[in-house]
Design a protein around this ligand. Structure first.
Ligand SMILES: C[S@@+](CC[C@H](N)C(=O)[O-])C[C@H]1O[C@@H](n2cnc3c(N)ncnc32)[C@H](O)[C@@H]1O
Length: 298
């Protein structure tokens, strides 16, 4: 029996739209391409699919209708120049974070020091740490992550990108620890770190995310940062105080409502309060929304 791809795609798109999936066409195409084992851009060349392929596709669509994140179904997410393994237990990297990484990379590429030492605090799948190690030469990156489940993905993603990192004369060291714990094992880096980059959990505990993909599938440890959402940000600043060198770079992602330099709920405000930084700048993401703060240590 023939199964015309165009008709099937339209049907999937309508069903996904009905349950509120935000990008139904893209998801329908991605799921079909995945079930056929081809790239999404090649779908146009595929006029029909077999009944076996249709059965596999239907099982994927059924998951997406339950709002399982597309990235969990496909098992991966692209970030800058790399593709990361993701699934239950690890935060799915967001395009918003790419600009924070861009800022850090620009800073690092202008430095003469070798090796350049970087901390990625709250590393998750390794989006920040691995992108920097793949894009900046002579870089020693230390990636710290508390969750054991997320750490498994971090190890896998480092393994998958190790060739690129070695070619770049860089390295990544993984540490499975809470950033508020005793970090004596990192003592050799005290006041020696060139850049500290972090996308910590920053949602206030009582704020429940609306999207089912986030609320039901992202790990709470990756999302919630205490009563005002800023507990882990404060820890990041504590660590930076001891480890970042003078003229070092700090970049911290935050929620759109945490970009104030005068309210206590703002990351720029918290950085200013330390009296240890200059050039404190809050920057916007690709949607024009306040998203991350950068500063230079005095
Ligand atoms: C928003 S996710 C970001 C992950 C990754 N940096 C990214 O941008 O995709 C925050 C990460 O911080 C980790 N985390 C939360 N609290 C932590 C803590 N106290 N110490 C270390 N990691 C922590 C979570 O497990 C999660 O992987």
């Amino acid at each position: 029996m023939s199964n015309p791809t165009r008709t099937i795609l339209v049907d999937i798109e309508l069903r996904l739209k009905k349950v509120g999936v935000p990008s139904p066409r893209f998801d329908a195409e991605s799921l079909m391409a995945f079930s056929l084992g081809i790239e999404r851009k090649r779908l146009g060349l595929q006029q029909e699919i077999t009944s076996d392929q249709l059965r596999i596709l239907e099982s994927l669509v059924e998951k997406r209708l339950r709002r399982v994140p597309l990235q969990h179904i496909l098992g991966e997410q692209g970030f800058r120049r790399i593709v990361l393994n993701v699934g239950p237990g690890v935060f799915i990297p967001r395009p918003e974070t790419e600009l924070l990484v861009e800022s850090a990379i620009r800073y690092l590429n202008e430095l003469a020091s070798k090796p350049k030492i970087v901390f990625d605090l709250c590393a998750g799948s390794g989006a920040i740490a691995l992108s920097i190690a793949c894009e900046v030469q002579n870089c020693e990156v230390i990636a710290l992550e508390k969750s054991r489940e997320a750490f498994v993905y971090l190890e896998k993603n480092l393994q998958a990108n190790s060739e690129k990192i070695i070619e770049n004369n860089s390295s990544v060291k993984l540490v499975n620890a809470d950033i508020s714990s005793n970090l004596d094992i990192l003592n050799s880096y005290l006041t020696k770190v060139d850049a500290i980059v972090s996308n910590p959990p920053y949602i206030p505990d009582k704020m429940i995310p609306r999207e089912p993909e986030v609320k039901d599938f992202e790990p709470g440890m990756a999302l919630f940062g205490g009563p005002d959402g800023l507990n882990v940000v404060r820890e990041v600043l504590n660590i930076s105080d001891s480890f970042l060198k003078s003229r070092g770079f700090i970049g911290i992602e935050h929620a759109d409502v945490q970009g104030s330099s005068v309210e206590e709920t703002g990351v720029p405000y918290l950085i200013k309060q330390t009296n240890s930084y200059s050039k404190i700048e809050d920057r916007r993401d690709l949607n024009g929304v306040s998203r991350y703060t950068v500063a230079i240590k005095n």
